[in-house]
Design a protein around this ligand. Structure first.
Ligand SMILES: Cc1cc2nc3c(=O)[nH]c(=O)nc-3n(C[C@H](O)[C@H](O)[C@H](O)COP(=O)(O)O)c2cc1C
Length: 199
């Protein structure tokens, strides 16, 4: 997928404006987005990270693609949106200095905890954890899914491996974002970046 010359927009972010301001800073931030509503607004995180001198690479799961405008994101980041695994002959992208997984679906949280890497996004998460790179995850699930034991166990396992799990309150018993769809506007993009920067 190549950067588009077209004028497309993420919600609340003008892609043409974003492209003119692309900042390739010295620190590499991998942003994994999943198949849930807040993915449409990931431009908010990209712009804030660029203001803080991060070079951003966007890594959607395949199911995230229908929630976002990949061409707009390529314009903003100046980098190819990485959906599938690269070919062996392709140049390896730079290793991230930090990774943010937001929104993190029930599916991706559980797979990441188990060490499954059947998408490029999961591979990025798995390697970042293994390299002890700061990883911040913002789960976004509804109430029935938040109540499931596999999900609660996955969060605990990921925490044990050093992943920072951002919930409504930073406490194992706290509830995740996404229980109420009105949460979309209050999605904690900025807080996730603050935590990633603290390492
Ligand atoms: C309209 C729509 C909204 C969805 N919202 C959520 C959600 O908020 N949280 C969630 O965990 N899954 C949600 N899903 C389901 C995920 O997209 C689905 O489990 C998908 O397989 C996740 O893949 P991924 O984890 O690779 O992105 C939604 C699906 C659709 C079609």
């Amino acid at each position: 997928m190549c950067p588009s010359g077209g004028v497309t927009s993420l919600r609340g972010v003008n892609a043409t404006e974003g492209r003119a301001k692309v900042n390739q800073g010295s620190r590499q931030l991998s942003v994994v987005v999943c198949g849930a509503a807040p993915t449409a607004n990931v431009g908010v995180l990209v712009r804030r990270a660029q203001e803080r001198s991060w070079t951003v690479r966007a890594i959607p799961t395949p199911d995230a693609l229908s929630f976002m405008d990949a061409a707009a994101l390529e314009s903003m980041t100046g980098n190819t949106v990485e959906v599938g695994y690269r070919s062996p002959s392709d140049v390896r992208p730079p290793r991230p200095d930090a990774a943010i997984v937001a929104p993190a679906t029930f599916n991706t949280v559980n797979k990441a905890a188990l060490g499954i890497t059947d998408t490029h996004a999961l591979g990025v998460i798995a390697e970042a954890i293994g390299r002890a790179v700061p990883v911040v995850m913002v789960p976004w699930v509804n109430a029935p899914l938040a109540a499931r034991q596999p999900f609660r166990r996955s969060l605990a396992q990921l925490r044990d491996e050093g992943v920072r799990i951002l919930l409504r309150e930073d406490d194992a018993a706290a509830l995740p974002f996404g229980l109420d769809s009105s949460d979309v506007d209050g999605f904690p993009w900025h807080l996730a970046l603050d935590i990633a920067e603290r390492g």
